[in-house]
Design a protein around this ligand. Structure first.
Ligand code: PEP
Ligand code: MG
Length: 324
């Protein structure tokens, strides 16, 4: 089986009826980069910038960050690299920046932290922009957006960072800016968010957690954490539809994108990019290459009428057996 998957590397990610489905990767460490390139990734849908921050004993300087980001951007150029601004809080704590809260997942995390510390945000954006000089493959993505003013404030800071660097003499285009849809409020405002930005990307890990009120890391309620829950599927359809209506690309970068069964549904919903861990990529490609878009669309229609995650899963398993 593994040789079978390996031989897939140079084959296109497309269905039997020729629908292309770009497969991108999620990265954090340089080791992920090597693995991703080996698997034939077409881009980076989520570079978790907090990973290099977590490995240090203090905040990395703008220049240190520039070097780290440059490595990522260079390794994938000319393919796009989507860099997410710092997403700490929740379950991700920097040892040198402690946050103590009773409900960390509902507290000070992601964009909320960096908008309260614009110097952290600006330093990061400036480092990303500097790192992209001459490569032109940077995209910037914002985590945990739950309202429009937050988004506007973040965009203004990015524009300010860009303006500063141009004034300092750098030749830089403003990169595409996107929003993560991972808070339920963002699902309902997906069209407004899409209108103000260049792309949307669903963070299904947090979106599932927040829609179902199930802590993604609590094993006691792990049975309730299910991305095939019909409510989650409705939300995913809604975001894809919002992107379509606004003419903006929609991708997904949560773990769900790396599930071969889910990938089929997400393609049928209209997602234009699936971004996953490099190790999931061959299996997802294999499942997409074994079906037609027409089949996937028909199954999506059926699945959207089902009433529980268990039924959805069973239907998808049956599809996989039918298509070999
Ligand atoms: C997500 O929430 O789905 C996501 C991709 O971000 P993270 O897992 O880093 O919170
Ligand atoms: Mg998240």
């Amino acid at each position: 089986l593994s040789r079978d998957l390996e031989s897939l590397r140079d084959l296109p990610s497309e269905t039997l009826d020729g629908h292309r489905m770009p497969l991108w990767v999620n990265t954090g460490l340089m080791a992920d980069v090597t693995r991703s390139l080996e698997q034939g990734a077409e881009g980076v849908g989520l570079y978790r910038t907090e990973v290099p921050f977590l490995l240090r004993e203090r905040f990395p300087s703008e220049e240190e960050q520039r070097q780290i980001y440059r490595e990522q951007l260079e390794a994938f150029a000319p393919r796009p690299v989507t860099m997410r601004t710092l997403d700490i809080g929740g379950d991700k704590a920097l040892p040198y920046f402690p946050i103590n809260e009773d409900n960390p997942f509902l507290g000070w995390r992601g964009i909320r932290v960096t908008l309260d510390h614009p110097e952290i945000f600006l330093g990061q954006v400036r480092a990303m922009l500097k790192a992209s000089e001459g490569l032109d493959n940077l995209r910037i993505m914002l985590p945990m957006i739950s309202n429009v003013p937050e988004l506007d404030e973040a965009i203004q800071l990015i524009q300010r960072g860009h303006r500063e660097l141009v004034q300092e003499g750098m030749d830089l285009a403003l990169p595409p800016i996107g929003v993560m849809v991972e808070v339920p409020a963002a699902v309902y405002q997906a069209r407004v968010l899409a209108r103000r930005t260049d792309f949307l990307s669903v963070g299904s890990n947090d979106l599932t957690q927040y829609l179902l009120a199930v802590d993604r890391n609590n094993s006691r309620v792990a049975d309730l954490y299910h991305a095939f829950h019909p409510a989650v599927l409705q939300a995913l359809c809604c975001v894809a539809e919002a992107g379509r209506a606004e003419g903006k690309p929609v991708s997904i970068c949560g773990e769900l994108a790396g599930d071969p069964l889910a990938a089929v549904l997400l393609m049928a919903m209209g997602y234009q990019v699936l971004s996953m861990n490099a190790t999931s990529l061959p299996r997802v490609k294999k499942s997409l290459r074994n079906i037609t878009l027409a089949q996937a669309t028909a199954v999506l229609e059926e699945v959207m009428l089902l009433e529980s995650a268990v039924e959805v899963q069973a239907r998808l398993h049956r599809l996989m057996q039918e298509s070999g």
